[in-house]
Write a protein that binds this ligand. Structure first.
Ligand code: AHR
Length: 678
C-alpha cells in the first residue's frame, strides 16, 4: 500500500500525495526547489553500552587573519585610521583640514622630516592664519566610538616651528559638540612623543558620528606622525583589543587560534608576506604592510599581540609559517634560496616557545613577555594547492625536516593531500609525513548538510584532518539562519568523526559591516565602531563548543526526514545528479564525570519533528533535561547590527525524559539537549 507522505516546497504549501508520485514531483521541481520529504517517525538510539572515543582536546578553535578590517577597524582597538600616513603615498587619507573663523592653511604629506627610519612620512599643517581654530581631523574607522565616562589614551609624535601647545579633542563631525578635550605640552622644534588622556562626561549618548581633532590657535608649521588613540581595552592591555569582541570570542570557548592566515600569511608578493620580525617591538618600529585584502595593515596586531590574544582567551596558538609561496604565484623551490625562509620560521617558533636564554626568547622578553607560550601545531603555508608548479612537496619536506630536527614535539600540518577538498586534494600527501592535512570548505547550506557525512567513511590510515577554514556561505556580511543550519549539520559530522578530524575552525571570523568594510561575504561576527554581534552561525559554534563533553558516544538513527539536493550549476555541468540527503542531523557526546549526555539535533525541515529517543546502557535518566535551542521563523532570518539578538539560543527545561521517550524539535532549529544520567 502506498505510504502517505507530506512534502513541503519553498512556496510554504504542504501537499499530501502518494509516495510513488512523490519522487516524480520532487524531480520535476528539482531545478527550482529543495524539496523536503518527510518520514513518519524519526528515531535515535543512543548506545552508551558501546565503546566511544575521546573528544580531541582542541576540536573547536578560531581562525584569524587581517581581512574585512579584522584588526585595524576591528579587534585591535586603535581608533585612528592611517595613523602613520602610509595608507596612500599621494594624500593623507582619512585626514582633513579643520578651519574655523578666518583660519587659512593647508595640510600635506611630508617626507623631509622623518621621525625615524620607519616613520618616514608625517602630516604637515601649515598655518598662515589660525582664525578661531585650525587643525587636522581623523575620521577613524567609520567614526570614533564615544561612550559616557570613558577614558581614552593616546600618543603622537609632533614638532612645530613655534613653541605652542596643541589641543586634542573628540568631537561631533560638525565640530559643534566636543566630547573630550586635552592640551599637550608646548611643542618644540624636534620630534617628541606626546601622551594624552581624554575623558568623556557621564551624560553623553554613545555615538560614532565623531572625529578626532588636533588643532591650534597659533600660526606656524606643525608636523605630526604616528597618531594613536585607544579606548579602554580588554584587561586594560596597552595596544590591546576591543572588550566587546573579546567577550564574544571568549564565549565560544575556543581551544586554539590559527594565525596569521589565510591569504594574509602569504601576501601577494614576497615583500608583502606576513614578515613576522617586522611586526614585533615598539610600534614606532613597525612599518605595517599592504595586505592582500586591499588595505594596509598597521601591524599593531603583531606576532606578540596574537600570542597575548591566545593567552587572554586560554587558546593555544596554531602557528602558520610562511612557506615560500605567494598569492601572485611566486615560489621558491631551490633549497638554498628557500633555506632563509625555513630559518625565519625556526626563529619565529623560538620567539614563541624559546626560553629567555635563546636569542628569540630573549627578544620576546624584551618585548614584554618573559614567559614562553604553549605550542603544539605548525602549519606550513596556506592553500598550497594553488601552487600549480607542485613545488609544495619539496617546500613542505624541507620545512618539516628542519622543524622536526629542532622541535620534535611539534605536530606538522600540510595544506595539501586532502581527499575531500578539491584544492588540498590537487596534490598527494607530501612524503615528509605530515601529522595532519588541512582541508577547506566554503559551500552553500544544502552542500554543507550533505557534507555532514563527509568523514563517515574516510580512510583512517593516513594523516589526521584539520578543517582549517570552512563556512556555509549564505547571507552577508554575516551569514543567515540557513547557513547556521548548514554549519550545525556539518559540525555534527565533525564531532562524530573527531577520531579523525582533530581540529576545525570557521573562517572568516570578523567583518566590519560598514560600507567598504567587507572583502569576503559570509562572516561570523559583525561590528561597527560602537557595537558587535554574532550571526546565527556564531551561536551555533558557541552552543556546540560549550556543550562538548569528553567522549563521543555511538548512536543509530532511522526513518529520518530527507530532502532533495538539487545540483548546482557546476554540478550540472559535471553530470552530478540530484540526490536525496537527510534533513535531520545528530551528534552525541558525554561528560561521564558530570553525568551529562549532549544530544545535538539539527532539524532543517520547516515542520516540528517528533523523534523517538532510546537511551541504552544506562540505569538512570533524569526525567528533566535542559534544551538549548536556536531557531528561526525563516531560513533567511538573520542578526544585524540593528537587530543583534533576533536569533539567539533559548534555554528551556524539557520533561518526560527516560530510557524511551519522544522529543519534539521545532521547525528550522538547532538543539542541544543536556540529558542528565545522575
Ligand atoms: O577565509 C578567506 C580566505 O579563503 C583565506 O584567506 C584563504 O585561505 C581562503 O582562500
Amino acid at each position: 500500500m502506498p505510504i502517505k507522505t507530506n512534502i513541503k516546497i519553498q512556496t510554504n504549501k504542504t501537499y499530501k500525495m502518494e509516495s510513488h508520485k512523490l519522487l516524480l514531483f520532487a524531480f520535476s521541481g528539482m531545478f527550482l526547489f529543495n524539496t523536503v520529504i518527510y518520514a513518519q517517525s524519526p528515531s535515535v538510539i543512543i548506545k552508551l553500552d558501546q565503546p566511544g572515543f575521546a573528544v580531541p582536546s582542541k576540536l573547536y578553535g578560531l581562525m584569524t587573519e587581517d581581512i574585512n578590517y579584522s584588526y585595524d577597524g576591528g579587534l585591535y582597538a586603535e581608533l585612528i585610521h592611517n595613523r602613520s600616513f602610509k595608507d596612500n603615498s599621494m594624500s593623507p587619507e582619512h585626514w582633513a583640514l579643520v578651519k574655523e573663523g578666518e583660519a587659512k592653511g593647508k595640510i600635506s604629506l611630508d617626507r623631509h622630516n622623518p621621525v625615524n627610519e620607519i616613520l618616514l612620512v608625517s602630516l604637515q599643517l601649515d598655518v598662515q592664519n589660525a582664525g578661531t581654530r585650525i587643525g587636522v581631523a581623523n575620521d577613524g574607522y567609520w567614526g570614533i566610538p564615544v561612550r559616557p565616562k570613558t577614558t581614552y589614551t593616546g600618543s603622537f609624535y609632533a614638532k612645530a616651528t613655534k613653541s605652542a601647545p596643541l589641543t586634542i579633542s573628540i568631537e561631533s563631525i560638525d565640530g559643534k559638540t566636543v566630547y573630550a578635550k586635552a592640551l599637550t605640552k608646548t611643542l618644540g622644534r624636534e620630534w617628541m612623543q606626546y601622551q594624552l588622556t581624554l575623558t568623556t562626561a557621564a551624560d553623553i549618548t554613545p555615538t560614532a558620528n565623531t572625529r578626532f581633532v588636533i588643532s591650534t590657535t597659533d600660526s606656524g608649521k606643525y608636523w605630526v606622525s604616528q597618531v594613536s588613540l585607544f579606548p579602554p581595552t580588554y584587561n586594560n592591555t596597552p595596544n590591546g583589543n576591543r572588550p566587546d569582541i573579546m567577550k564574544l570570542l571568549a564565549d565560544m570557548k575556543p581551544s586554539f587560534l590559527r594565525f596569521p592566515g589565510g591569504n594574509y600569511l602569504e601576501g601577494d608578493y614576497f615583500s608583502s608576506r606576513f614578515d613576522w620580525k617586522k611586526t614585533i617591538g615598539k610600534l614606532d618600529q613597525r612599518c605595517g604592510h599592504q595586505s592582500p585584502w586591499g588595505y594596509r595593515s598597521t601591524d599593531g596586531m603583531g606576532l606578540l599581540e596574537y600570542l597575548m590574544w591566545c593567552e587572554d582567551l586560554k587558546m593555544e596558538p596554531l602557528l602558520a609559517v610562511f612557506a615560500g609561496y605567494t598569492l601572485k604565484g611566486d615560489y621558491l623551490d631551490d633549497p638554498n634560496l628557500l633555506q632563509p625562509f625555513v630559518n625565519e620560521a625556526l626563529e619565529e617558533i623560538e620567539y614563541v616557545i624559546g626560553d629567555q636564554s635563546t636569542k628569540w626568547g630573549a627578544v620576546r622578553a624584551r618585548d614584554g613577555h618573559p614567559a614562553s607560550f604553549p605550542l603544539s601545531y605548525i602549519e606550513i603555508g596556506n592553500e598550497d594547492g594553488f601552487d600549480r608548479s607542485g613545488s609544495y612537496e619539496k617546500r613542505f619536506n624541507q620545512f618539516a625536516a628542519s622543524i622536526r630536527a629542532k622541535y620534535p614535539q611539534l605536530k606538522i600540518i600540510s595544506t595539501v593531500g586532502g581527499k575531500n577538498d578539491w584544492l588540498s586534494g590537487r596534490f598527494p600527501v607530501p612524503k615528509g609525513n605530515p601529522d595532519l592535512i588541512d582541508e577547506h570548505f566554503y559551500r552553500n547550506s544544502i552542500e554543507m548538510q550533505e557534507m555532514a557525512s563527509l568523514y563517515d567513511n574516510y580512510d583512517r590510515t593516513g594523516p589526521k584532518i584539520f578543517v582549517g577554514e570552512w563556512a556555509t556561505r549564505e547571507g552577508f556580511p554575516t551569514t543567515n539562519f540557513n547557513s547556521a543550519l548548514g554549519d550545525a549539520a556539518f559540525l555534527t559530522g565533525l564531532e562524530r568523526n573527531s577520531d579523525l578530524v582533530l581540529m576545525h575552525c570557521y573562517a572568516p571570523l570578523f567583518v566590519n559591516i560598514n560600507p567598504g568594510g567587507m572583502q569576503w561575504k559570509s562572516d561570523l561576527i559583525g561590528y561597527n565602531a560602537l557595537t558587535s554581534f554574532g550571526s546565527p552561525a556564531y551561536h551555533v559554534q558557541k552552543m556546540f563548543s560549550q556543550n562538548l563533553g569528553d567522549q563521543v558516544v555511538k548512536f543509530e538513527t532511522s526513518n529520518l526526514p530527507t530532502q532533495l539536493k538539487k545540483p548546482s550549476a557546476r554540478d550540472s555541468a559535471t553530470g552530478v545528479q540530484p540526490k536525496v540527503i537527510p534533513a535531520m542531523f545528530f551528534s552525541v557526546t558525554k561528560n561521564a564525570k558530570a553525568g551529562i549526555i549532549y544530544l545535538k539535533v539539527v532539524n532543517s525541515t520547516p515542520v516540528v519533528q517528533k523523534v523517538k529517543l532510546d537511551i541504552q546502557g544506562i540505569a538512570n535518566i533524569s526525567s528533566k533535561a535542559t534544551a538549548i535551542t536556536l531557531k528561526a521563523a525563516s531560513t533567511d532570518d538573520t542578526n544585524t547590527i540593528a537587530e543583534p539578538e533576533k536569533i539567539i539560543p533559548a534555554t528551556t527545561t524539557v520533561k518526560g525524559l527516560g530510557k524511551h521517550s519522544e522529543q519534539s524539535f521545532p521547525a528550522y532549529s538547532i538543539t542541544v539537549l543536556q540529558i542528565r544520567t545522575k
